[in-house]
Design a protein around this ligand. Sequence first.
Ligand SMILES: [Ca+2]
Ligand SMILES: [Ca+2]
Length: 310
Amino acid sequence: MSLMILLSNKIKNVEKKSMHMDRVRMIFPSLMLVLVISMVVVGCSNDATDQDLDPSGSATLSGTPIQFVPQEIIFPKDGAKMVLIPGEEFKMGDHFNDGLKDEVPIHTVYVDAFYMDAYEVTNQQYQKFIDATGYQPPKQLEDPKFNSPNQPVIGVDWFDAVGYAKWAGKRLPTEAEWEKAARGSFIGKRYPWGNYITHNDANYNGSNGRDQWVWKPASVGSFPPNRYGLYDMAGNVSEWCWDWYDSNYYSLSAKKNPKGPIQGAYRIVRGGSWNSNKYYLRVATRNFNSPESYYQYCGFRCVCDATTIF
Ligand SMILES: [Ca+2]
Ligand SMILES: [Ca+2]
């Protein structure tokens, strides 16, 4: 009888242990998810201070060497997928003598690791910003040609882009970050994937092959990404960057984390658009607009620092 009780107790203990392990197995993924999300929230929002994003101030880019970070994150505030761009040197500028003098000299630049939105900011994401803040919507949101939820937002000036980034807890990329990201780890190529471009690679002026969009942006991500997992770095809509424009800046640029001139009349715009000839889709092409101007071809995407919090 006592043997039966002993066996029964052992079986109960085994069952309890098994139930405990099952609970651990059930809870563990949730704990890991909470941990990762917490790290993402802390890691990105800590660096997005008012000083970082104040249009009258200069961006603080405080990334430091990192041990481990996820390759992709979903940013909590705007739900944007972001991909990690590694901190390393690259050669910035026109390697082919294709462009204007402002694209040279080629110079070596180091940028700290950062996360960049995989896609241009969409109408749907911008609408969340409008709903949350009462911000003035761009008039293009009333135009059926431009207002699909997954089309990139357009008709936004530089201050609108900075306003969205600040709301989201992110910032605009510097010009150096943008070009580093667009190059997709290739060295000295003309486009984000290599030296040649067709309408199967991007949405630009005209249509053919995969590019079936004329005089309007495609839904974001309609073309293959570059090697970092970034979509539409060439074409679709051109993208506001943080920096002021100076045609001589490449001769003056800081080597580490350059943030552009301290003042100017125009802000950098990169990548070309649905309205551009392919010449303007080159990764080295430097364009610029008045920060108060807005166009049907110009949108933006955001970045945030990758920090040791991970
Ligand atoms: Ca097109
Ligand atoms: Ca683009």
